[in-house]
Design a protein around this ligand. Structure first.
Ligand code: NDP
Length: 463
């Protein structure tokens, strides 16, 4: 039997790669891991974590505004962008250290370099030119923001990567896209006092979410003062003297902004990895093709996370990594389960969602019952805010199972996480109904909506 330097070599030190490397090392496997940038990957370094810190920062103005109704007088407030950036960077460095420590504790050998495949069992560490061999190889190199190659002037635009490191907070920003990143950053920048315009090609933002959530979030964002321009695209970006950007829109309108941010999706990082030479197949978008167990077209080469473009979410990459370990090192073939993934959009108000949209459920099932409550959350009563909350459950009329849950409002992400448990367990609406409410909370609506707001049978709505 051939002997290799490592039992497992991981390319990519993001959420999926680090989890696989650390746990394989803890099992006593000889593990090498190469990361060309910083340990932690998109999520920790320039994604979920710094984004959430920015979300918190951007919410303070609303808290200050709400304070008066509760009897507080808030003095003059100012915001300092460099302070936020420095504090955020410190926290990211701390987390990066923890990731590294976890690998060190599992005796994973770290290569701070780009690594490419040479053959089925050989990897070259580009920084040193050293070649190492491994029995199993895991590719977990993630993705990067699409640079929108067809957009004239895209070189004057930023992506979420740069948004985390801007020297100065722009006075005005135009963001293109209607997905997670565009919507979250539109709210962040607006909350920090930036004149914000969102340009989206479709009819309504967040195309993959429930219509109710999409419309209500759009209305709430517009009410705050975010300019949302649907059914438009940016056709050209020009740099003006002094650095401001002139943004041309398909409608013929022009906007002048300090920054233009593109958030039109992310592309798998599969270029120049040696995949072709080794025979690892990729799809039209460049994503690595894998089977149900995350195995690529090569017997001993595996891929998890965004590079496979299955579901681009951190917990999914981690789950896929755990399944990979079961399959490869624990003799327990395990397919990642991509059903009923709870997700949040950290917009303001926030979205939390699990399962099918009303539209998808109505297509999938003969009949569905929709339970829907729109109300003013209690915290908005004294604050004077008119912002409404939505809680909505979709129930398959035949099995009575709750197949979709959609929330817009404070802490919606937290609720989605908890709702995912009974939904994963296959609970019925009657299970929800016999659950005691926690009062007074917004979440109690989840267990107190006894009558359907409407039904949809064979695609027909019945009120
Ligand atoms: P998304 O896929 O969410 O959204 C991409 C957006 O860009 C869509 O609105 C899409 O429109 C639009 N678009 C695509 N191509 C073009 C084009 N050529 N011109 C104009 N618009 C275009 O991607 P994001 O970049 O927002 O985020 C990437 C991924 O990262 C997400 O899918 C998500 O999985 C993950 N993420 C998760 C977060 C979370 O969990 N909270 C936060 C941030 C990111 P259309 O809808 O019409 O296709």
């Amino acid at each position: 039997m051939a002997t290799y330097d490592y039992d497992l070599f991981v390319i990519g030190g993001g959420s999926g790669g680090v989890r696989a490397g650390r746990l394989a090392g803890a099992m006593g496997k000889r593990v090498g891991l190469a990361e060309e940038y910083r340990m932690g990957g998109t999520c920790v370094i320039r994604g979920c974590v710094p984004k959430k810190l920015f979300v918190y920062a951007s919410q303070f103005q609303e808290h200050f505004d709400a304070a008066a109704g509760y009897g507080w007088t808030v003095g003059e407030t100012t915001f300092d962008w460099p302070t936020l950036i420095a504090n955020k960077d410190r926290e990211i460095t701390r987390l990066e250290g923890l990731y590294r420590k976890g690998l060190d504790n599992s005796e994973v050998e770290i290569f701070e370099s780009r690594a490419v495949l040479i053959d089925d069992h050989t990897i070259e560490i580009l920084k040193t030119g050293k070649r190492v061999t491994a029995d199993q190889i895991l590719i977990a190199v993630g993705g990067h923001p699409s640079p929108h190659p067809s957009l004239p002037g895209n070189e004057f635009c930023i992506s979420s990567n740069e948004a985390f490191h801007l020297d100065a907070l722009p006075k005005a920003i135009v963001i293109e896209g209607g997905g997670y990143i565009a919507v979250e950053f539109a709210n962040i920048f607006h909350g920090l006092g930036v004149d914000t315009t969102l340009v989206y090609r479709g009819k309504e933002i967040l195309s993959r979410f429930d219509q109710d959530l999409r419309h209500m979030l759009h209305a709430a964002m517009a009410e705050k003062g975010i300019h949302i321009r649907c059914t438009e695209i940016i056709t050209k970006v020009e740099r003006q003297e002094g650095g401001r950007k002139l943004v041309h829109l398909s409608s013929g309108d022009q906007i002048i902004a300090d920054q233009v941010m593109l958030a039109i999706g992310r592309v798998p990082n599969t270029k120049s990895l040696g995949l072709e030479a080794v025979g690892v197949d990729v799809d039209d978008l460049g994503a690595i093709k894998v089977d149900d167990y995350s195995r690529t077209s090569r017997e001993n080469i595996w891929a998890v996370g965004d590079v496979t473009n299955r579901v681009q979410l951190t917990p999914v990459a981690i789950h896929e990594a755990m399944c990979f370990l079961e399959t490869v090192f624990k003799n327990n073939p395990t397919k990642p389960d991509h059903e009923l993934i709870a997700t949040a959009v950290f917009s303001q108000p926030e979205i939390g969602t699990v399962g099918l949209t009303e539209q998808d459920a109505a297509q999938k099932f003969k009949g569905i019952d929709v339970y829907r409550a729109v109300f003013r959350p209690m915290r908005n009563t004294l604050s004077g805010s008119t912002e409404k909350m939505l809680i909505k459950l979709i129930v398959d009329a035949a099995s009575r199972k709750v197949v979709g849950a959609h929330i817009l409002g404070p802490d919606a992400g937290e609720m989605a996480q908890l709702l995912a448990i009974p939904m994963k367990a296959g609970c019925t609406k009657e299970d929800f109904d016999r659950t005691m409410a926690v009062h007074p909370t917004a979440a109690e609506e989840l267990v107190t909506m006894y009558k359907p707001s409407y039904r949809i049978v064979d695609g027909e709505r019945i009120d």
